[in-house]
Design a protein around this ligand. Sequence first.
Ligand code: G3I
Length: 333
Amino acid sequence: PTFLKVKANALANPFFVGVAVKSNQLTEGSSYNTVLKNEFSSITAEYEMKMDPISTGSGTYNWQASDKIVKYGNDNGINVHGHALVWHNAVPNWLSTFSGTDVEFALEVKKYITDVVTRYAGKVRSWDVVNEAVADNGDMRNTIFLQKMGANYIKDCYQWARDAANAAGDTDLLLFYNDYATSTNIPKQNKVFTIVDDLKASNLIDGVGFQMHNTYLSPTKMQIETDINRAVAKGLKVHVSELDIQVNQNNDITFLTEERNLAQKAKYKEIVKIYNALPAVNKYALTVWGFKDNESWIPYSTDLNHPGNDWPLLYNNKFELKSAHTGFLEGLD
Ligand code: G3I
């Protein structure tokens, strides 16, 4: 078979083909490890480089899983994208119940960002410094960070990350802002790029992550290109950071019909083609959010938008290639 990263690396303007991983998939000899080494040139920790698994208390850490993932990437010449330093869905209990002052809270966040970026300086190529800071209505999401640190918290977090990287000599670290559904939600898209402009004015951002948890029907090619081109126009790197393509978002099929299978293939091809057409200076990585359909976050998601089962990824439950994988390859033509 043709492997994704082999075809991507052979392009005139190559880019990383990434996948979300769990540290327990990285064991030498596992089928994940084989597929990972053959197909992918970048990894993102699906969970284990977030604050809640790493931060065990003020200045105390559990580095076991994050170190394993970073070491695996560094040992195997695979790019490591850091996800995510600050996210409202990944606040450890000790910090979400913090009884100190707001200033002390901010110092804890600064310490965390500084310690993590310093530890992985030169080993992690890029970080989602802040993830999903914008609410679906286009306002700032009312997170614990906004409440306790104030409206300037985003800039503070990027400044701390940049300062830590530079102090550690990692002047090439790429700082990303990462969010979802900006292609179809214009108020949200506008707010994201207001934040991005503000960060860029202080040279505190290098790229934008478009998660792209899509369906086989939405967003349209035009919506995706319009959204992504706003980052291109600002000279920023574009990371399609969490791509998966649902085919059963309305729970109207009980198995992957051939019709949906081929529609999914076409959507993967469309998105890869859009990414592949980007100017070289704006290319970074296109990351799919997992290996196998039955391990996707989607079928087991409790929220109402993702009822029942779905088949959103490139490999089926038996770790066999799907038409989606062929679509991805065709997008690299
Ligand atoms: O592994 C621990 C286990 O030791 C512990 O006992 C258990 C108790 O809660 O948690 C287990 O961790 C789970 C983790 O996935 C590893 O499987 C967490 O509960 C669970 O919340 C976590 O879900 C992840 C979720 O983010 C929240 O971090 C999903 O795998 C991951 O796909 C999802 O990814 C997010 C992106 O980071 C941001 N964009 C949206 C995307 C989908 O929600």
